[in-house]
Design a protein around this ligand. Structure first.
Ligand code: SF4
Ligand code: SF4
Length: 223
């Protein structure tokens, strides 16, 4: 039977479903990774290296071309359309990658904020010092509002082309028409007996359909 970490009755009564799913996923990942050998952790960290390079490239691009517009438009006035409450999909693998990169203290801060959430309009992870994730979810990284797109990408076709390339690179990790890293990381936990609503590659009808089509198109050859 699949393992899913159930929190205490009192905790689940006061926590939103979103926060509870996030908290349980974090606890599962921390528990499982905490029981692995150093060499196994090293192996999983090697799997994610190309993805981390991709994330670094996107981050550099965003810093270079969007930090000014985002500061002017949103951060100075605290009116960002990014980071709205429960506004993002978090993949289970986002949690895995983040925990792999985080210190014990950073993971503890995420657990704390989820259980002490005071509500409001902004994402539970957003603090005065920014996002609490060491590496934020991919959906957050790839989000650009219309205003930012119009101000930067629509005025410079070479930047628009670069951004489109980033989208194509993102799909190599997230779109399961071929085997992708985010699904592989989920699979690791499924095989270990865990289950979570954040495991979209195993629970989302849309993504399962894409995976099934891919298996039909590229059936595995018998060994
Ligand atoms: S992407 Fe748009 S909404 Fe988000 S911070 Fe930048 S300008 Fe603001
Ligand atoms: S996880 Fe971080 S980047 Fe994403 S919406 Fe929340 S505060 Fe913003």
């Amino acid at each position: 039977m699949a393992k899913s970490l159930r929190l205490g009755f009192q905790a689940t009564m006061i926590m939103s479903e979103y926060n509870r799913d996030q908290l349980e996923a974090l606890l599962m990942v921390r528990q499982y990774l905490g029981g692995l050998s150093r060499s196994r952790i090293g192996q999983i960290k090697r799997w994610i290296q190309p993805y981390l390079r991709f994330r670094g490239d996107v981050e550099d691009f965003q810093k270079k071309h969007f930090s000014e517009i985002c500061t002017q438009r949103c951060f100075a006035s605290h009116t960002s359309a990014c980071c709205n409450r429960e506004g993002i999909v978090t993949f289970f693998a986002d949690v895995v990658i983040n925990v792999l990169l985080s210190s014990t203290r950073e993971v503890a801060a995420l657990l704390r904020i989820l259980s002490q959430d005071r509500g409001g309009f902004k994402c539970v992870y957003l603090t005065e010092n920014g996002c609490l994730w060491h590496m934020k979810p991919i959906v957050c990284e790839m989000f650009l509002c219309k205003h930012a797109k119009d101000a930067v990408l629509e005025k410079d076709s070479s930047l628009r082309t670069q951004w489109e390339k980033f989208y194509r690179r993102e799909r190599r990790y997230t779109w399961p028409s071929t085997p992708v890293l985010l699904d592989k990381l989920e699979e690791l936990f499924i095989r270990a007996g865990f289950d979570s609503p954040l495991m979209y590659f195993h629970h989302s009808p849309g993504l399962l359909r894409v995976k099934n089509l891919s298996v039909k198109k590229h059936p595995k050859k018998p060994a």
